[in-house]
Ligand binder design. Structure first.
Ligand code: HEC
Ligand code: HEC
Ligand code: HEC
Length: 145
C-alpha cells in the first residue's frame, strides 16, 4: 500500500493537479504561510528524507540544521479543531496524518516533538527532557537496526 501510494504520488507529480482532483489522494488540509518554493509534489515525495535525523547528527554535533524544522511544519500546517485550538497528532485531522493514515505509514516523531505550534519560544522546541541527546542517540541506534 505504501509503495502503491508512492507510485500514485509520483504519477501525480508527473501529471500534475488533474490526478489529485480525481480523488486518488486523501484530503490534505490547507496550510498557511508561503508555499514551498520547490512545489507540493516535491514535498510530498521528499519530506521523509528532508526531515531525517540522519543529517542531524548535526543535532548531536551541536550544529542545528533548520532547513526542515518539524516545529515549523506543524506551525504552518496546523489544523484547527472544534475548539479553534490546533489539533494534536492524536486527532485524525492532523496534517501529518492525512496521508499517513491513508497509506498506513506510522511515525513516532511526536513522542518527543510537539505536534502543535509552539506559540511561545522557538527554543522550547521540545518538551523538557532530562537528557535529550542520549535519548536521541538511543532512538537512532534503534532505528538503524
Ligand atoms: C511557511 C509555512 C510552511 C512551512 C514552515 C511548511 N509548510 Fe508545507 N506547505 C505550506 C503551504 C502554503 C503548502 C501548499 C499547500 C496548501 O496550500 O495547503 C505546503 C505544502 C506541503 C505539502 C504538500 C501538500 C499537498 O497538498 O500536496 C507537504 C507534504 C508539506 N507541505 C510538508 C511540510 C513539512 C514536512 C514541513 C516541515 C519540514 C513543512 N511542510 C513546512 C506551508 C508551509
Ligand atoms: C527520542 C526523542 C526523539 C524522537 C523519537 C524524534 N526526535 Fe527529532 N529531535 C530530537 C531531539 C532531542 C532533537 C534536537 C532538538 C533541539 O535541538 O532542539 C531533535 C531534532 C530534530 C529536528 C531538527 C530540529 C527541528 O525540529 O527542526 C528534526 C527535523 C527532527 N528532529 C525530526 C524528527 C523526525 C522526522 C522524527 C520521527 C521520524 C523524530 N525527529 C523523532 C528527539 C527526537
Ligand atoms: C501528501 C501526503 C503526506 C503528508 C501531508 C505527510 N506525509 Fe509523511 N509520508 C507520506 C508518505 C506517502 C510516506 C511514505 C513514504 C515512503 O515509504 O517512502 C511518508 C513518510 C514519512 C516519514 C518516514 C516514515 C518511515 O517510516 O519511513 C516521515 C518521518 C514523515 N512522513 C513525516 C511527516 C510529517 C512530520 C508530516 C507532517 C508535518 C508528514 N509526514 C505529512 C505522505 C505524507
Amino acid at each position: 500500500m505504501k509503495r502503491l501510494l508512492v507510485s500514485v504520488l509520483m504519477i501525480a507529480a508527473l501529471l500534475g493537479a488533474p490526478v489529485l482532483a480525481e480523488g486518488l489522494l486523501p484530503n490534505i488540509p490547507k496550510a498557511i504561510g508561503e508555499p514551498h518554493p520547490e512545489g507540493n509534489e516535491y514535498w510530498r515525495i521528499n519530506h521523509p528524507a528532508l526531515l531525517s535525523h540522519d543529517r542531524d547528527m548535526t543535532v548531536i554535533d551541536g550544529v542545528r540544521n533548520t532547513d526542515a524544522s518539524l516545529a515549523e511544519c506543524v506551525s504552518c500546517h496546523a489544523v484547527k479543531g472544534p475548539d479553534a485550538a490546533p489539533v494534536t497528532v492524536e486527532s485524525d485531522q492532523h496534517f501529518c496524518r492525512a496521508c499517513h493514515d491513508y497509506a498506513a505509514v506510522k511515525i513516532d516523531c511526536f513522542q518527543c516533538h510537539n505536534s502543535v505550534p509552539e506559540v511561545a519560544d522557538q527554543a522550547m522546541l521540545l518538551p523538557y527532557r532530562e537528557n535529550p541527546v542520549a535519548e536521541l542517540r538511543a532512538y537512532l541506534e534503534g532505528v538503524s537496526q
